[in-house]
Design a protein around this ligand. Sequence first.
Ligand SMILES: Nc1ncnc2c1ncn2[C@@H]1O[C@H](COP(=O)(O)OP(=O)(O)OP(=O)(O)O)[C@@H](O)[C@H]1O
Length: 518
Amino acid sequence: MTAPLDPVPRPTGALALDTYDLTKRFGAFTALDHVSLKVRPGTVHALLGENGAGKSTLVKCVVGYQRAEEGAVLLDNKEHDIATPVVARDLGIGMVYQHFTVVPGMTVAENLLLARGHLPAVIDWKKERAALAEFMKTTPFKLDLDATPQELSAGQKQKLEILKQLLLKPRLLILDEPTSVLTPQEADEVLGLLRDRAHAGECSIVLITHKFREVTAYADDVSVLRKGKLVAAHRVDETTPQQLAAEMVGGEGDAKREFAAPQRAERERGEAMLQVKSLVVDGDRGQVAVAGLSVNVHAGEIVGIAGVSGNGQREFAEALVGQRRRVSGEVWVGTERFAATRAQNRRLKVRSLPEEPLRNACVGDMSVSDNIGLRSFDVAPASRLGWMRGRTLRERARKLIGEFGVKTRGELAQIRSLSGGNVQRAVLARELSDDAEVLIVSNPVFGLDFAAVAEIHQRLMDVRNRGGAVLLISEDLDELLALSDRIAVMSGGQVVHETDAHQADRNRLGAFMGGSAH
Ligand SMILES: Nc1ncnc2c1ncn2[C@@H]1O[C@H](COP(=O)(O)OP(=O)(O)OP(=O)(O)O)[C@@H](O)[C@H]1O
C-alpha cells in the first residue's frame, strides 16, 4: 500500500454500532424518533423501511452528515460525538450515499485518490496508478481509471462510489441502496464481497435496501423503520419477507402489494408509434456511444432495453428526449419526424422519466408544486395571457401529490427536501398526469420501496394498456421481464438481440448483455 504511514497505527477490525434513542427533527417534523439500532460487529445488517421512513437520516446522523438533537452514537460501546463526516472517517466509518458524490471534473483515478483524504504534497502518479490497478484486481468491478464521471453511467458511478470506500478499508461501512443500478450479477458480486469481508471480521456493514432478496441472501440481521421509529429487529433467518413487508407498512393488507405482478391487459399491438432508425450518438469523449441503433415501439406495448450499464443506454435516452445531439439517423413519433422540442412533446404527448430525476428532471431549489408544473406552466389553464397562475399550479400540484402518494410537507416544500423515492413520484406525477402516448423511461424505480415499485410498474403498464407506447430502459432484468412485451439487448451501442419477453430466457439475455452470445 502506498498510503503515508500513520504515526500511530489505527485500530482495525469490525466495529459494533449502537444508536441510543436517536432523535432528529426538521422544524416541527420528527424524522427520527428515539431510534435504538444495534449492529453486531462483523455482520451485515439490513435497514428496511418505506420511502421517507428515515433510513437515510439515521445513517447520516451516524456519519456526521447530520446532527441528532437527542440520543447518542456508540462504537464498540463507547459514545462518540461524530460532528462531521471527517470525524466519522477517522473513526473508520465509510458511507456510500444514494446520490453520487464523485467530483465531475476529475478522472476515476483522481476521484479514488481524493477519497483517501490525507494526500501527500506531491503525488507520485506512477506509483499511485500501479497501486490503484492492483487494488482494482481485488474488486469485482472494472472501471477505466482515466474516465471522468460524466462519461460514466449511473451503474458505473455507483461502482466508483463503492470502490472509493473499499479503498479506505472501513471498519463500519454503510451503504444506502448500493445495488439499485447494478445488474443482478453485479449486485450479487458486490454483496457477496461485502458479506465475506464482514464475516472475516474486517468490517461491519449496514445496508439500506428495498430488496427483500438482498436481505434474505446477504444480511445476518435486519431492522425495520416506519415513520421515523424503529418498529422491529430480527435475525434474518428468524423472519420472512412477508413479515418484514407487513412491519414496513404497518398492516398485512398493503404488504401483499409487493408480490402482486402488474396487471397486463390482453391487447393487440397497434401501429409503430416510436421509430428509431439507425441512430448514431456520440458519448462525452466524442466516442461513438450509440452505433446505428434501430428499434420500434408500437401502440400498446412495452419494449424493454436491457444491457449492462455503459453500453450507450444513457446517451440513447438523452438523444431521444433532446438532451444530446443526434449525429445521424432518425426518430419518428407517429408520422412525424421527432426533434423532441417542447411543442412537439406536448402535441404528440411524448413524456419521459430520466434516471437521477432530482438532477435531470427537477430544479432542486424550486418547490414541489413548481416542479410538477414545469411542463405546463406556460399553457392554459396555468397560464392566461402570459401570466402564470400560481394558485392553479398549486391546486393541480396538490391533487397530483395526493394521487401519486408523494410524501411532502406541502406543495411549497423544496423538492430537494423530499426523500429520493418521493422525488421520483413527483416527477412521475408530472409526466403521467395527462395520458402520455409515448413514454421513455430510464431505470424508473431506482431507490423506490416495494410498494412504490409495484405502484409505478402498474402506472407504466396502464400507459401500455391504454394504448401508449412505452420504451423502458433498465438495468434490472427482473423489471424488464415483469413489464415488457419485447426485450432488446443493447451492447456496444447497438441492439444485439431482440426477443418476445414471454419467451425470453434469462441466461441467454445475460449472455448477450455480457457480450458472450452470438
Ligand atoms: N434536510 C431535510 N429537511 C427537511 N426534511 C427532511 C430533510 N431530510 C429528510 N427530510 C425528511 O425526513 C423524512 C425521512 O427522510 P429519509 O431520506 O431519511 O427517508 P428514507 O427512509 O431514506 O427514504 P428513501 O427510501 O425514499 O430514501 C422524509 O419525510 C424527508 O422528507
